[in-house]
Design a protein. Structure first.
Length: 368
């Protein structure tokens, strides 16, 4: 009798996992359904017998001590039979299983939308065009031509499975597999719907109305449950995901829930102060520029920022002052400035310790 270890191609000190792995590899190669040759059939029997012996610790010990290694000694020997099912039928042929359902959940859909900065202050409403699968209006998801219906499969008689006989050491074993005639559904469609080719759904463009909350930002995805594509045979819809991009604004930028902007102030207004009106994203706002304001000072207007995504108090509008120095003066203007300089006795320009650039200074003031 051939040595069981040589038959499986493993060493005598092989682990149980190595023995099992070797058996599965050879079983897939030599099984009669895969390799119908007579030689392969004989080798398959030897491989299965060797595995039956070596997979059982008690029989393996007896075999290693010089026993005959009978696969059925000691009332054991059904390990190989079980592994045949596991290898070829996923843990045993499923007898009497239920047929598959044609109705399946539809896939999710992703749509990208670009918003203006003003849209995210309070939120906005959008009608989104989505090109996806919708329910077939002709058959309403039945997949059949109107006036017809599904028919019980003649091959599996509605079970969705067919029985198959497999030869093994224990004789003929009957297993069940999905019916190839009906793909496991248990029914066939003799007259498929002409509009959807028997799918129960068609591609179409539809409109989805969406309320986009305030406070969204670029990269955020909003989930709309049940607004994705309809599933096969009229199955439940998947979800729709809306990915937001917020476009840049020519005046305002955003930091968290605050809006940032720069206010250019003339030298006279910076010296004397002024009252001005600025246009925010939700209407005009009165703003007081105090006398003596400096470039880089930040004026805060409470509650004129963005509404938080999860609710709460609106952010602020923060305006950084930039004093504009005139570059062109006529003779009279120059004389007035020179007279002012003499009377003010302003100190001459002087060096001071370097702390940070103007940009960093503004940034830190914006951040409070």
């Amino acid at each position: 009798m051939a040595d069981h270890y040589e038959v499986l191609g493993v060493s005598r000190d092989a682990s149980p996992e190595e023995i099992k792995k070797a058996y599965r590899r050879l079983a897939r190669e030599l099984h009669p359904d895969v390799n119908p040759g007579a030689d392969a059939s004989e080798r398959f029997k030897l491989v299965t017998h060797a595995y039956d012996v070596l997979s059982d610790p008690e029989q393996r010990q007896r075999y290693d001590m010089g026993g005959d290694g009978s696969a059925f000694g000691g009332g054991q020997g059904f390990g190989g039979f079980g592994d045949i099912f596991e290898t070829f039928f996923g843990g045993g042929g499923t007898r009497g299983g239920r047929p598959r359902s044609r109705r399946e959940r539809g896939q999710d859909a992703l749509v990208r939308v670009t918003l203006d900065l003003g849209d995210v202050v309070f939120g906005t409403h959008r009608d989104i065009e989505v090109d996806t699968a919708v329910l077939c209006e002709t058959c309403q998801g039945s997949c059949c031509q109107p006036g017809t219906s599904e028919a019980t499969c003649d091959i599996c008689h509605g079970s969705g499975q067919v029985q198959r006989t497999v030869r093994s050491l224990l004789g003929n074993v009957v297993t069940s597999q999905p019916c190839t005639a009906c793909q496991g559904y248990g029914t066939t469609i003799p007259y498929p719907c002409a509009s959807c080719q028997g799918q129960g759904r068609v591609r179409a463009r539809r409109t989805v109305s969406v309320d986009i909350p305030g406070g969204v930002e670029t990269g955020l995805r909003l989930q709309l449950p049940g607004s994705g594509e309809v599933g096969p045979a009229g199955g439940p819809n998947g979800d729709l995901y809306l990915e937001v991009t917020v476009a840049s604004h020519e005046t305002f930028s955003r930091e968290g829930d605050d809006l940032l902007a720069t206010l250019e102030v003339s030298m006279p207004d910076a010296i004397l102060g002024a009252q001005t009106t600025i246009a925010s994203l939700d209407g005009d706002v009165e703003l007081e520029v105090r006398a003596g304001v400096q470039s880089g000072d930040v004026l805060t207007i409470k509650g004129r920022g963005i509404t938080p995504l999860r609710g709460g108090t609106r952010g602020d509008l923060r305006v950084a002052v930039q004093v504009v120095t005139p570059t062109r003066l006529d003779a009279k203007q120059r004389a007035l400035i020179e007279d002012f300089a003499k009377k003010a006795k302003a100190p001459a320009p002087r060096l001071a310790q370097f702390h940070q650039g103007m940009f960093s200074k503004l940034r830190d003031r914006f951040r409070g």
